[in-house]
Design a protein around this ligand. Structure first.
Ligand code: NAP
Length: 347
């Protein structure tokens, strides 16, 4: 499986690292899904240019170039300074594009262009980027089908925690009636700090920023956009809805006060930012839940509860982010595509 990696930041570097590590292990550690899986990164493209080697690239060498303060395209042997990402996707022979550029919820770019170019040149796509999916998931899944390629995005919801696969595969045959989740670690950290240490929203946000859990411009998290993007992905992928970000009824956590948390505590409850798909309209809003609810996790943890017809409520808890965790989700998606292609050949 030849791979073009687009974006070489926290997630991109982790993907290169774990694929190199796994490449050494080859087939034996992949189990059922991985028989014959042989991944090779043949190109990496970022904003400054690309590095291309059809025989496979070494992350150690690229790391040395980065550490010396140069872009990866400065590689003396395989670098292509200034080569546009779209040209790399079009010209390099590969089976899969892994798209891990920064999220943009205004127009989804540059990721939407990267993904559509990959589809049109017959390449499967694995992405951890919520932007394109939140804005255009129904159109992108249709375009993938039309071009007879796969689009996978396990790392967009729950980081490394396999929330999408759990619902899709482990609950196969059951009917999922509703989904509720704490899908954003930053807001969960802030609400946990407020309720446990009795500090104000502003103080909790400042601590989260100091610890690197919140951005300097925190709106994406605290105004609920990140949770809304993930809710859209769950709604489309798990519950067959055709919704985008504008369809979500969204309220963030800016107006949650200590008094509200104290009142909730008197009832044995607390307040969490919950993304939910249980009525006609997907919602994101601060919601009172019982402290004994299995979904009521602390700190930066994420949790999701699937309400099902037969298995009742199933809750999955895990880390919602992290470079290596999210790269693990990319590897899962690559294995899924590998498995799908192998079984297609047998049909
Ligand atoms: N980090 C996590 O824990 C996590 C978890 C789940 C999902 N995600 C998602 O995964 C994606 C990547 O996250 P990250 O943390 O790896 O971000 P990051 O560290 O900011 O890396 C982004 C990479 O994309 C490159 N880039 C920026 N603009 C580009 C463009 N126009 N064309 C090509 N490359 C471009 C950047 O290059 P420069 O460095 O030169 O700008 C950088 O190499 C994001 O969409 C994020 O939301 C991240």
């Amino acid at each position: 499986m030849r791979i073009i990696l687009v974006g070489y930041g926290v997630v991109g570097k982790s993907v290169a690292t774990i694929l190199a590590r796994r490449y050494a292990d080859r087939v034996k550690d992949y189990g059922y899904y991985g028989y014959g899986f042989n991944p090779k990164i043949v190109a990496i493209a970022d904003i400054d240019g690309a590095v291309i080697n059809p025989r496979g690239l070494s992350p150690e060498k690229l790391e040395q170039i980065k550490q010396r303060g140069y872009p990866i395209s400065a590689d003396p042997d395989f670098g292509k300074p200034g080569m546009p990402v779209l040209d790399v996707i079009e010209q390099v022979e590969a089976e899969v594009v892994v798209e891990v550029t920064p999220v943009n919820i205004k127009n989804g770019e540059p990721a939407i262009s990267h993904i559509t170019k990959a589809f049109k040149t017959g390449k499967h796509v694995v992405t951890t980027n919520k932007g394109p999916l939140a804005l255009a998931m129904p159109a992108l899944t249709e375009l993938a089908e039309y071009n007879n390629v796969y689009l996978r995005f396990s790392g967009t919801v729950g980081g490394g925690t396999p929330m999408l696969e759990f619902a899709k595969r482990c609950l196969a045959g059951d009917k999922i009636l509703g989904i509720k989740g704490i899908l954003n670690g930053t807001t969960n950290y802030i609400l946990t700090e407020m309720s446990q240490n009795r500090i104000t929203f502003q103080d909790a946000l400042a601590t989260a920023q100091k610890l690197g859990y919140a951005e300097r411009e925190p709106s994406m998290d605290i105004d609920g956009f990140d949770t809304a993007c993930k809710t859209v992905i769950l709604a489309n992928w798990i519950m067959n809805r055709k919704v985008t970000l504008k369809d979500v009824d969204r309220t963030g956590i800016r107006d949650v006060t200590l008094e509200m948390l104290d009142d909730a505590a008197k009832r044995g409850n607390t307040i969490k930012l919950i993304g939910a798909i249980d009525g006609d309209v997907p919602t994101v809003k601060p919601t009172e839940i019982a402290k004994t609810n299995p979904m009521c996790v602390s700190g930066v943890l994420n949790a999701v509860t699937f309400s099902t017809e037969y298995a009742a409520e199933q809750t999955l808890i895990g880390r919602g982010a992290g470079g290596i965790e999210t790269a693990g989700a990319v590897l899962r998606d690559l294995l899924d595509i590998r498995h799908k292609l192998a079984t297609k050949l047998l049909e």
